[in-house]
Design a protein around this ligand. Structure first.
Ligand SMILES: NC(=O)c1ccc[n+]([C@@H]2O[C@H](COP(=O)([O-])OP(=O)(O)OC[C@H]3O[C@@H](n4cnc5c(N)ncnc54)[C@H](O)[C@@H]3O)[C@@H](O)[C@H]2O)c1
Length: 438
């Protein structure tokens, strides 16, 4: 089938690049978002998010007449839902004394409801939002049935997760392999035909629930792998081993690929998605649950490492370098660095944080420094929490001239121990027992 007009619902980091790419490939796209501010911004040819290459693609799409933005859907050949699926803030599930987080599906529900009046026979609806297993079949399908049409019989319904990396989205949207799971084989085929408009990577057809599982399994696999790396960091610390050296040697085994330890796991995907599996089957997900617990507890291990370096934390001035959830991004969502700062403060430390990608971040209970110099000048210790390139490239001699601190704690193995020692610093690396730390 030829898709002449599509509606993309939710114009954030996923929906807007998707909408712009379809429009740039000749499809007439109506982008829909509930935020009037976003709609006004886009219709003026501006964008509200930072993603390399996106603005140019959107400007081309608007000039060609193929992209418009509005707060409500219209009739179309296909509808793509790309709205947020965060945690619920104040509600938790419980199973056998274990508490777990719950997905907040309100945006998926209201986005699906907004399609109902415009759904016609032969249409295709695709859910892209990361969702618990069976969402497409048990939640989205029944809401769309309020139109009087049945999924798989009167219209096509599919799930297709996004795997793009922020910063590389415009390229990866086109080049990555994409999975498309239909509620029927015909729905999967329709989804395939839609994304074949621009996807150059392999497009794999399957059923909707498998496609949902694939997305959750990918991020859960990484979370569990990081949990074992974090646990190894604690064991290495206990046994006087350098975990970074040990992992790099273990990874020479052709069938071993251990990811890297650090201060914890953050962001809106890897630290969130495993909970969708726990919520769906708490009785079957002990490993996934415990891996989440290990990663969520890693900030405590960081604090213990800082305590060992500084003795009591009471009244100690600490410069926290980096608050983002990973290097070289401005995204602070679910960042373990924030948790580390709070824990240090609860033990009496006086922390100033410096985040070069978001110096003006407004975080409850965290004092942001306007400059690196301000953060480190009077510090007793510098604490490296994120491996931003600019931190890794610090010149130890220059930093020595800007701070009275002579103690460093590196949680990401970002600094060259010898170079910092030569500049007069005592350096403590997370997951390194006595080998490098003495
Ligand atoms: N950002 C990523 O890197 C990434 C990667 C893979 C998967 N995902 C998943 O994709 C989904 C979307 O994520 P995102 O990062 O684009 O979110 P986002 O917060 O950047 O954007 C979502 C947009 O949806 C809008 N919205 C909310 N409810 C709406 C409704 N009912 N109707 C219309 N618009 C509505 C919001 O105003 C917002 O602009 C999530 O499920 C996320 O887990 C994101």
């Amino acid at each position: 089938m030829k898709f002449q007009k599509i509606c993309v619902i939710g114009l954030g980091y996923i929906g807007l690049p998707t909408a712009s790419t379809f429009a740039a490939h000749g499809v007439n796209v109506l982008g829909v978002d509930t935020s009037q501010h976003i709609i006004d911004t886009l219709n003026k040819g501006k964008i509200h998010i930072h993603e390399p290459g996106l603005h140019d693609e959107l400007k081309k799409a608007i000039q060609s007449g193929n992209f418009k933005a509005a707060t409500k859907p219209e009739e179309a050949d296909a509808f793509i839902i790309a709205v947020p699926t965060p945690f619920q803030e104040n509600k938790f599930g419980e199973y056998n004394g274990v508490t777990y987080k719950l997905a907040d599906m309100r945006a998926v529900i209201s986005a699906t409801e907004s399609i109902v009046p415009f759904l016609r026979k032969g249409n295709l609806v695709v859910l892209e939002s990361t969702s618990p297993p069976l969402t497409t079949v048990d939640l989205v399908g029944p809401i769309l049935a309020r139109s009087g049409l049945e999924a798989g019989r009167d219209f096509h319904l599919a799930y297709s997760p996004e795997r793009v990396l922020p910063g590389q989205i415009m390229r990866e949207l086109i080049e990555n392999a994409r999975v498309i799971g239909g509620v029927t084989p015909e729905s999967a085929q329709m989804g395939h035909d839609l994304y074949a408009t621009f996807v150059k990577g392999q497009i794999i057809k399957t059923d909707a629930t498998t496609a949902e599982m694939v997305k959750l399994m990918e991020n859960t696999y990484r979370d569990v792998n990081i949990a074992i790396a974090n646990e190894f960091s604690r064991l290495a610390d206990k046994f006087g081993v350098d975990v970074w050296e040990a992992i790099s040697i273990a990874n020479l085994h052709p069938r071993v690929k251990i990811l890297t330890p650090g201060p914890g796991v953050g962001g809106h995907c890897i630290s969130v998605d495993p909970w969708f599996l726990v919520e769906s089957a708490p009785e079957l997900t002990q490993l996934i649950y415990h891996s989440r617990m290990v990663n969520d507890a890693q900030p405590h291990f960081v604090v213990n490492t800082v305590k060992r370096a500084l003795g009591s934390l009471d009244g100690k001035r600490i410069a926290a370098l980096g608050l983002a959830y990973k290097p070289d991004v401005d995204d602070l969502r679910e960042s373990p660095a924030n948790e580390v700062v709070h824990l240090l403060q609860s033990e009496g430390a006086l922390v100033k944080a410096w985040e070069p990608f978001k110096p003006d971040a407004n975080l409850v209970g965290i004092t942001m420094s306007p400059t690196l110099e301000d953060a480190i000048k009077d510090a007793d210790a510098l604490l490296l929490l994120v491996g931003h390139t600019e931190f890794r490239r610090f010149n130890p001699m220059q930093i020595a001239g800007k701070t009275k601190a002579r103690i460093l704690v590196d949680t990401v193995n970002g600094w060259d121990v010898e170079a910092w020692k030569n500049a007069g610093f005592d350096i403590h690396v997370l997951g390194v027992g006595k080998v490098r730390n003495t």
